[in-house]
Design a protein around this ligand. Structure first.
Ligand code: NAD
Length: 355
């Protein structure tokens, strides 16, 4: 698969990617290579990387505990201490081998350590391949505030190897697929057509979708690196989606949703709102709902859940000046940023999902 050029770095794929990785290491000559993993990527992904990484350089492994709850400054501090104790200097290289937690945290750790050392992202979940590892956003959470601390900083390269997906759960795979679907609906109708043509999504047939998704994310973030405008389309489905995700996370009686499962509800409801406000074609709205419910099933949202979800929506950190901003669509690929939506329509959208 063709490499994708981002801001001064390449996203490289499969076997060719390892060749690029090895030649980068040969020319950069890092003093020590550190590989950041969590317990799952240590077990499932590191053996493969160690086999394919050809170099004489000392390699040190730093393991952190998996999970969003560990994406914080305390974990960073642990990694900075480990780097220091293991003799890292400004010529060291950090390879982030893991999902979005590892690439977000590792990118941040590398960018601050001794005012910045080189890092490479090797994403190992579908979500981190198509979203988190590309675009230069690095950072960690501060208490419950997601990604509150961080900076824009680019890796030396990103390496995509879909073989890593073999050990993630099917539910996690479907969660990442939601972001691919988002790119299809909001940015590339041909991609949407491909998605809906698959009856059975396997790692093999998903590889092409991954490449196209990264191209799209890259196009968007290179045009708007600091989220001044266009980059906001990446939030399609995420406004209501995030509120629903948080609500299910906070409510004891509810089963936690994956990020993707919540975003799917966000995409169905926000397409409904788009139909009402921007005349998004009704037949396509029905098609989106049908395809998504077939893949993800229906989540029960009671009418008593509506108000707390709407309360969370108002407190979303992406709001500016207390206003909830939506990305809406007048058709596939035709988006409008910063749309305001009345409460009655939000309720109607949740009713539409439930119908
Ligand atoms: P994650 O990193 O928590 O990984 C999910 C789980 O899968 C973890 O338990 C992990 O240990 C395990 N895992 C990872 N790879 C595996 C493999 N190959 N085999 C077996 N287990 C494996 O979650 P995620 O969904 O990859 O990423 C979510 C994070 O990404 C969030 O923190 C989010 O904020 C961030 N994110 C960042 C951006 C960005 O632009 N920087 C974009 C989207 C999401």
């Amino acid at each position: 698969m063709t490499p994708i050029l981002s801001n001064n770095y390449y996203v490289n794929f499969q076997e060719e990617g390892y060749k690029k990785l090895n030649s980068f290491v040969a020319s950069y000559k890092p003093s020590i290579i550190f590989v950041l993993v969590d317990e799952n990527t240590n077990e499932n992904c590191l053996p493969n990387l160690m086999q394919l990484l050809e170099c004489e350089t000392t390699i040190e492994i730093i393991e952190i505990e998996s999970g969003e709850e560990n994406k914080n400054l305390e974990t960073c501090s642990g990694v900075w201490h480990a780097l220091t104790e293991l003799g890292a200097d400004r010529k060291s290289l950090l390879i982030n081998l893991g999902g979005g937690v590892i690439t977000d945290l590792g990118g941040f750790v590398a960018s601050c350590f001794k005012r910045g050392i080189a890092f490479i992202n090797i994403p190992t979940t579908l979500l981190s391949m198509v979203d988190a590892s590309v675009g230069g956003k690095t950072g960690v959470d501060l208490g419950v505030l997601k990604n509150q601390i961080g900076l824009f900083s680019d890796p030396e390269m990103v390496l995509i190897d879909t073989a890593y997906l073999e050990t993630i759960t099917e539910r996690e795979l479907r969660s990442g697929l939601a972001e691919i679907i988002k790119y299809g609906i909001s940015y590339d109708a041909k991609l949407w057509d491909e998605i809906k043509a698959y009856n059975d999504l396997t790692i093999k047939n998903i590889t092409k979708l991954i490449h196209r998704s990264i191209e799209i994310k890259n196009e968007v973030v290179t045009e708007d690196p600091k989220e001044a405008g266009l980059r906001k389309i990446l939030n399609f489905g995420h406004t209501l989606g995030h509120a629903i995700e948080s609500y299910f996370l906070e409510t004891e009686s509810k089963e936690k949703l994956t990020h993707g499962e919540a975003i799917v509800i966000g995409m169905i409801t926000e397409t409904f709102i788009s139909q009402k406000l921007l005349n998004f074609p009704e037949s396509k709205l029905i098609e989106i709902k049908e395809v998504l419910l077939k893949i993800y099933g229906k989540v029960t949202i009671e009418t008593t859940d509506y108000q707390p979800i709407l309360d969370l929506l108002i407190h979303d950190k992406k709001n500016v000046g207390g206003k909830v901003n939506f990305v809406l669509l007048s058709d596939f690929e035709k988006f409008k940023l910063d749309c305001k939506v009345e409460k009655e329509l939000l309720i109607a959208a949740l009713d539409f999902y439930n119908k």
